[in-house]
Design a protein around this ligand. Structure first.
Ligand SMILES: NC(=O)c1ccc[n+]([C@@H]2O[C@H](COP(=O)([O-])OP(=O)(O)OC[C@H]3O[C@@H](n4cnc5c(N)ncnc54)[C@H](O)[C@@H]3O)[C@@H](O)[C@H]2O)c1
Length: 325
């Protein structure tokens, strides 16, 4: 069997997380790495025995790649995807797929026109605890959900800029919105309030809000509330989602699922690495053409993006926003 030749775009934290998994997979070669400069591309490529590049076009002209991982900040999407779509090269793109909905909508049309295989880095979908929660919720009458991403502000400059990241709800809390959608289906409308309380006084060049609460109504009638903040000092993260049903409470965070009824409370953990499962599913799909193991593709991720961007619109307008699918 010919090994699959993979390229990575981006040389930051998450490119390295993906690269570390890719080099341990069977019949996969990490062939090329493209940075925002040749120097950065070369520097990371040397560590993995790959070829380094400073522009995506150069990489795609020089290499025959079977798939590409896109691990760039939210504002850097667009040209990269178009070059890959033009050449029919499948890609796994990290979330979020942009800072707005206009560009992803255009890219989705191009992806669909070519029936291109894609995967999006909503890795929590690969956790066994999330699958278990989804199954349990399908058997229960769900009333409402309350989610949160309470943490500190990431150090990278682009994250603090509204036009760089889209803000915390689009960049980070999108994971919680995606779990909600994955478990309970589409969101119909949102109402959001955002504020800037702390971070703009502690740091220069912060234009993202640092607190926010979003109320969501799902097509099923379920009501949810998801809040986020990045004002906390380090190592105090509280991230997760809790579902309230006719049978009890399902409380999920990245390290466990707790299922509570009046009689019993049971905790489930999942030692597997969801990033690895995500990559295995993508690689399997490229090899076999069977995409059934991919739990988030571009079309599905676009729906999550519609919700997080509608929340920003709502916070800006001070009005409820209905999602246009
Ligand atoms: N799924 C997850 O759990 C998870 C975790 C962390 C980050 N992410 C996502 O991964 C993406 C990248 O995050 P990160 O933490 O690696 O950021 P980072 O700032 O550490 O790295 C981003 C890299 O992209 C490069 N870059 C920017 N524009 C480029 C271009 N046009 N061509 C080539 N390289 C370019 C930068 O030089 C940098 O090396 C973000 O969208 C983030 O949300 C996902």
């Amino acid at each position: 069997m010919q090994p699959l030749r993979i390229g990575i775009i981006g040389t930051g934290w998450f490119s390295q997380v993906h690269a570390d998994h890719l080099v341990t997979l069977d019949d996969v070669v990490l062939q090329a790495i493209c940075g925002s400069s040749l120097e950065k591309g070369d520097q990371m490529a040397r560590r993995y025995g790959a070829a380094g590049y400073g522009h995506v076009k150069d990489m795609l002209e020089a290499e025959k790649l079977d798939a590409v991982y896109i691990c760039v900040p939210p504002m850097a999407h667009g040209e990269i995807e178009e070059l890959l779509i033009d050449r029919g090269i499948p890609f796994l793109v990290e979330k979020p797929i942009g800072t707005d909905t206009e560009l992803p909508r255009r890219l989705l049309r191009q992806i669909e026109a070519k029936s291109l295989l894609t995967s999006v880095g909503y890795h929590f979908r690969y956790k066994a605890t999330v699958a278990q929660m989804k199954q349990l919720l399908s058997e229960q009458q769900v009333g409402m959900a309350v989610g949160q991403w309470m943490g500190s502000m990431p150090g990278v400059a682009w994250w603090r800029q509204q036009e760089g990241s889209g803000g915390q709800f689009i960049e980070q809390t999108t994971h919680i919105v995606d779990i909600l959608r994955y478990c309970l289906g589409d969101v119909e409308e949102v109402y959001a309030m955002y504020g800037s309380r702390v971070m703009h006084e502690q740091h220069d060049y912060v234009s993202v809000p640092d607190v926010g609460t979003v109320t969501l109504k799902l097509s099923s009638g379920v009501i949810a509330s998801i809040s986020n903040t990045c004002v906390l000092p380090g190592n105090m993260d509280q991230t997760g989602i809790t579902f309230y049903t006719g049978e009890g409470v399902l409380d999920w965070n990245p390290s466990r699922l707790k299922v509570m009824t009046p009689q019993v409370s049971t905790e489930y953990t999942d030692p597997t690495n969801p990033y690895r499962l995500e990559s295995e599913a993508f690689i399997y799909a490229i090899r076999s053409g069977d995409t059934s193991r991919i739990r988030s593709d571009y079309a599905d991720a676009f729906k999550t993006q519609l919700v997080t961007c509608a929340a920003l619109e709502s916070a800006t307008l001070g009005k409820t926003v209905k999602i246009q699918y």
